[in-house]
Design a protein around this ligand. Structure first.
Ligand SMILES: NC(=O)c1ccc[n+]([C@@H]2O[C@H](COP(=O)([O-])OP(=O)(O)OC[C@H]3O[C@@H](n4cnc5c(N)ncnc54)[C@H](OP(=O)(O)O)[C@@H]3O)[C@@H](O)[C@H]2O)c1
Length: 291
């Protein structure tokens, strides 16, 4: 199959491309980030540009894997529409216009009790896919993690790599009390499950994609520190203070950070049923982050 992957230059996208090129022709799309992966043809394309739809169609994909997105600047729910939200919609316009089956990278934030404009745009994209008449699936990963790929530097630093750096320093800042649940999924398991869905025929549904257990953030830090043979002191910081600081820093979306105290479970049972792949436990996967 010829797979065209938008957002191939993201951490998740690059991992997916590498897994997919073992059995498929893979064209990875990047815009501002350098991308050079073995076995993957890179095409540079601004998916926000009006001509992008025709350029995408000219690549004649059998399936589009749509992982490109804009999180930063998406803002709070109910606020004025932002450029990030408009770009996400334009990108989906272009991808739908190709008329090929679509595997879409969504997010568990669609379930969070604290809503955000980003979650609203993911829900809107999922609804458009469902109404499109095209074969589709949406994968909603909770906290994808895995080792960095040699020679690849995504623009948005991967959260678990940042966490590992703090653990190495011995002190880890924790938003809130650290009891909120996360269900991290190893990026290789996520990629292989996505491939299995494509190869088996997209099931026309949205599937949560988490690891086998929901873990409090405090426990995730302990497991990571253990895997790294380190001791890490957790410093719990009030969420409101962090959100105020994040408003002044690049690389954070304050609306998403404000929801950091929400549980983020992602039951993988349906994904396991559909893909036949069982994600590994964080305790095992964390060792791959040590490197
Ligand atoms: N990371 C997570 O924790 C997480 C959690 C849940 C879901 N996901 C899903 O996983 C996927 C990747 O997420 P990520 O966090 O790894 O992404 P990311 O680091 O924020 O990367 C965004 C990607 O979108 C591309 N992009 C942005 N604007 C573009 C434009 N105008 N034209 C073409 N490409 C454009 C970027 O390309 P350039 O950098 O080349 O410009 C980059 O490859 C998304 O579908 C996301 O919903 C991730």
């Amino acid at each position: 199959m010829r797979l065209v992957v938008t957002g191939a230059s993201s951490f998740v996208g690059a991992w997916f491309c590498l897994a997919a090129q073992r059995g498929h022709e893979v064209i990875g799309l990047a815009y501002e980030t350098r991308l050079h992966l073995p076995g993957v043809r890179t095409v540079r394309l601004n998916l926000g540009a009006p001509e992008a739809g025709a350029q995408l169609a000219a690549l004649r994909p059998d399936t589009v894997v749509h992982l490109a997105c804009k999180v930063m600047g998406s803002g709070p729910a109910g606020g004025p529409e932002t450029e990030a939200t408009r770009l996400n919609r334009r990108m989906m316009d272009q991808v739908l216009a190709v008329g090929a089956p679509i595997l879409y990278g969504s997010s568990t934030c669609v379930h969070w009790p604290k809503d955000t404009a980003y979650a609203q745009s993911r829900r809107e994209d999922e609804a458009r896919l469902a109404a499109s008449g095209l074969p589709w699936a949406a994968l909603r990963p909770s906290a994808p993690y895995g080792p960095p790929l040699a020679g690849h530097q995504p623009r948005h630093p991967e959260s678990f790599h940042t966490l590992a750096r703090w653990v190495r320093r011995g002190v880890v800042p924790v938003p809130g009390d650290g009891r909120a649940l996360r269900q991290p999924i190893h990026v290789e398991d996520l990629s292989l499950a996505a491939l299995a869905l494509i190869e088996g025929g997209l099931p026309n549904e949205a599937l949560d994609a988490g690891g086998p257990e929901a873990l409090p953030f405090n426990v995730i830090i302990d497991l990571l520190a253990e895997a790294m043979g380190r001791r890490a002191r957790k410093v719990h910081l009030p969420l409101g203070l962090l959100v105020r600081v994040a408003r002044r820093l690049p690389g954070f979306e304050p609306a998403l950070l404000a929801a950091a105290d929400c549980d983020d479970p992602a039951d993988p049972s349906r994904l396991i049923q559909r893909s036949g792949l069982t994600p590994r436990r964080f305790e095992d996967g964390a060792r791959t982050l040590v490197g």
